[in-house]
Design a binder for this molecule. Sequence first.
Ligand code: SF4
Length: 333
Amino acid sequence: MSRFDLVESGEFESRIKALYSLVSPCQLCPRRCGVDRTAGEVGHCGTAGAVVSAATAHFGEEPEITGARGSGTVFFAGCNLGCIYCQNHEISQGADIALAPSWEPEKIAGVMLDLQARRCSNINLVTPSHVVPWVVDALAIATRRGLVLPVVWNSSGYDSVEVLRLLDGIVDVYLPDLRYSDNEAGHECSSVPDYVERSHEAIIEMARQTGTTNVIGPDNVISRGMIIRLLVLPNDMSGVRESLDFIKETLGAGVRVALMSQYFPSHRAESNLLLSRPVRPTEYYRVVEYAEKLGFENALVQEMEASEFYRPDFRASDEPFVDARHFKAPADV
Ligand code: SF4
């Protein structure tokens, strides 16, 4: 069933109701904090309701996400991880997030429709896992008002399978991170106890919904499918090679993966010796070579200079990325 069928049949409303029922006590994500967000209580993610921090046409995503006119990114404040190196820390972990007034779904729907009016390629929901009910509520409103763009779920991968099942037919493209292959690293770098198991379950469910054979439209924009992002951290903290093993074993090597070199020590990264420097070319290209060896012929790679170009400034909320660069196919590097 598509998003449009779900609206017509009334199923969209049932899904929204089911999602709102998960915020009090909050079990929206695998952390299951149990706080009563309807009463204004705040859990690990830092917001009671949903707050949009920025919305813009973004030109630094994967080529089939960006398209010719930019991806319509909607950045939500707060996050259910707690990465000490987060490049978006101003909006994901800022002290004032909890104080920001919650946005009504009507207002969020207006942002989505505005991005469509600007002819963006899609609606790219960035860090949506902790605000799903409000986002889906907004998508229902926007769909009734004529939103036709593909919906991209751009999450950290730390998603609840129960919640993801309620997104079946609503999300067109899954764009999850797969951050760690070792829970100790997840705990040390992102304060998350069980990242490996939860992200693996989530990615399998995402693939079940959209499949892994991506559908690309005549405008070279993806309309259905998934891309898994693998951020290479210094000193092999993310264990990307083991994550590639997992992807190949469970979903096959035909899955589109994006191998990211753009890490730079941001936020509190300097507090951890292992994370206090950018990734070296030898570390990054070892991962690229391993992906090629496993048969990931579709892998997207970044230039080593990418870390210079992905430094958002969310004080400029209408254009936080001033000089982002595209990914490339391995043969172009
Ligand atoms: S969404 Fe936020 S409050 Fe709810 S369980 Fe996850 S981190 Fe906790």
